[in-house]
Design a protein around this ligand. Structure first.
Ligand SMILES: Cc1ncc(C[n+]2csc(CCOP(=O)(O)OP(=O)(O)O)c2C)c(N)n1
Length: 546
């Protein structure tokens, strides 16, 4: 077999159903090998879009997903997704073209040393110099991407290698047992919980999916422990539950920090306790938390990395929670009243109130209307920007939802992830929220949606500014606007040019009726909202910053 054919056979053996790509002359042989394969090739319009789509698929399926880009410019365009996959611990495999072996290290046309370029971001970078090693490298890469703390892995393919004779040994996945905890671990954790008055669960991305969400719910219910979820992981716990203790990330008001700060035990489970999840290393406080800290994660790397940890456990978080849930407790009224004080704060915080802006539409009202009218199991994706603040604050999500957002805060994430979600699971509605900045970074992937008959719903907040940056600017340099104003195209006309259904909301419109029309359309659709600059985010107004 040609090396290119063997790659495809190995991917098939690993159950890969799709690859996202922008083609390049550097990997034509691989595209040719895909011609005869059951693997579906999703052609994208920018490599960042292809990478973000692979991230969306990986998050939805819990398995590594694959994208392919050309050498040099294709690789550099796609690098944003490698950074996001690293920061968001998402398993993706990137195949990238490379110059031929004879040209390597001569500074040849479009040559990039991927070891150096992706060095600080990828979990593994392998350049295939002998076709015979293909199977081994594909299996190793997919395993590495998904195991422990997941992340991106890169396979570099010198052009001439793809046509090498590589043999016909197809490498398939092999079973690997998860790291298991023991009965003594459960006893030790249980004793720490019993000794605590105000224990708090901080739950993260590893609990995504039905198994994790059910284990988390059962554990929290059995021991009556409130659950705070980490940044952009609201979908792992019912935000309407009396045990919900809110979302940790940007914009947590002082009162929230205060109630959470009165906990005496943090059970961090399935989270790396990174800087956003830990409120910039203040909750828990680095390096010495005020509370006792239990940290359960499938990989030892984040445990004790920043915080002094009282009990660290490398294990499958869902399995540990399931075992802990088998020991329910009748808890003290002190714990119950503490739980209810957190929950009361969260409930109040979720309520939407806003001084009506008079310059344009309050985007928050549109978000609240969509949350009320969308199907219970909607997939929600968010771009980076102020428009997402209302989604995080006011959408009362449950594990029926899937929330896809970039912890890395990458603009351009919204549209491609909604397109991929609509492709991967066409039975659910995929809705994305994106600003007028982000939409022109990757909004052209609407063409990909149309090409594959996918039906994402795209909501654009068109406020004429890079709103998030304007917020920081007004706070630090009031009335000195520099670099944050935008002159936009007409996004309704722009969207129509892709052939998708459009609805526009301007000031004075009946928001609920327009949202209804938008959501009811059976196809890709764009909701263009002429939003207010004054209603700057879910946390502040423009005039409040002056
Ligand atoms: C790729 C990338 N470039 C720049 C930034 C910095 N940045 C963060 S939010 C933002 C503005 C977003 O503006 P917009 O999409 O209009 O949304 P808004 O905040 O107005 O709702 C910028 C420039 C980023 N996070 N990602």
């Amino acid at each position: 077999m040609r090396a290119a054919d063997l790659i495809v056979k190995c991917l098939e053996a690993h159950g890969i159903e799709r690859v996202y790509c922008v083609p390049g002359e550097s990997y034509l042989a691989l595209l040719d090998a895909l011609y005869d394969s059951s693997i579906k090739v999703i052609i994208c319009r920018h490599e960042s879009g292809a990478g973000f789509m692979a991230i969306a698929e990986a998050r939805l399926t819990g398995k590594p997903a694959v994208f392919m880009v050309s050498r040099g410019p294709g690789a550099t365009n796609g690098s944003i997704a490698i950074h996001v996959a690293e920061q968001d611990a998402t398993p993706v495999l990137l195949f990238v073209g490379q110059v031929s072996r004879i040209e390597r290290s001569r500074g040849a046309f479009q040559e990039v040393d991927y070891g150096q370029f992706f060095g600080g971001m990828a979990k593994g970078i392998y350049e295939v110099n002998e076709g015979a090693k293909i199977g081994e490298i594909v299996t190793r890469s997919l395993r590495l991407a998904g195991e422990g703390k997941p992340g991106p892995v890169i396979i570099s393919l010198p052009e001439d290698v793809l046509s090498d004779e590589a043999g016909d040994t197809v490498s398939s996945p092999f079973p690997v047992a998860a790291a298991r905890h023991g009965a003594s671990d459960i006893t030790a954790i249980q004793a720490m919980i019993d000794a605590a008055e105000h224990p708090l669960i901080v739950a993260g991305a590893t609990l995504r999916g039905a198994k994790g969400a059910v284990a988390l719910e059962r554990f929290a219910e059995a021991l009556r422990i409130p659950v705070a979820v980490t940044w952009k992981n609201q979908d792992i716990f019912d935000n309407g539950s009396p045990l919900y203790a809110g979302h940790l990330g940007f914009g947590n008001p002082p009162k929230h920090r205060q109630v959470l700060g009165s906990s005496d035990l943090i059970i961090a489970v399935g989270t790396r306790l990174g800087d956003v999840a830990s409120l910039n290393y203040t909750f828990p406080t680095a390096p010495q938390p005020k509370q006792k800290l239990i940290h359960i994660y499938p990989d030892g790397e984040p445990i004790g990395k920043v915080f002094r940890t009282d009990f660290g456990l490398i294990a499958d978080p869902a399995a540990v929670l399931t075992d802990l849930a088998a020991h329910p407790r009748v808890v003290s009224s002190a714990r119950e009243s503490w739980r209810s004080s957190i929950n009361e704060f969260v409930r109040e915080f979720q309520r939407f109130t806003s001084p009506e802006p008079n310059d344009a539409v309050d985007f928050g009202k549109v978000v609240v209307s969509i949350a009320a009218q969308a199907p219970d199991d909607a997939i929600i994706t968010t771009d980076a920007g102020n428009m997402s603040t209302w989604v995080h604050r006011h959408w009362v999500m449950t594990p029926k939802n899937t929330l896809l957002g970039a912890i890395a805060g990458a603009m351009g994430f919204g549209v491609p992830t909604a397109v991929a979600a609509a492709i991967v699971d066409s039975t659910r509605m995929a809705i994305t929220f994106v600003g007028d900045g982000g939409i022109l970074m990757t909004g052209q992937e609407l063409a990909t949606a149309v090409q594959y008959g996918a039906k994402p719903k795209v909501v654009i907040s068109d406020n004429g500014i890079y709103g998030t940056i304007r917020t920081h600017q007004e706070r630090h340099y009031p009335h000195r606007v520099s670099g944050t104003d935008l002159v936009n195209p007409d996004f309704t006309l722009w969207a129509k040019s892709f052939g998708v259904f459009t609805v526009t909301i301007i000031q004075g419109d009946d928001i609920d009726a327009k949202v209804k029309e938008f959501l009811a359309h059976d196809g890709a659709a764009v909701l263009h909202v002429k939003s207010s600059k004054e209603a700057l985010s879910a946390f502040t107004t423009l005039s409040a910053l002056h």
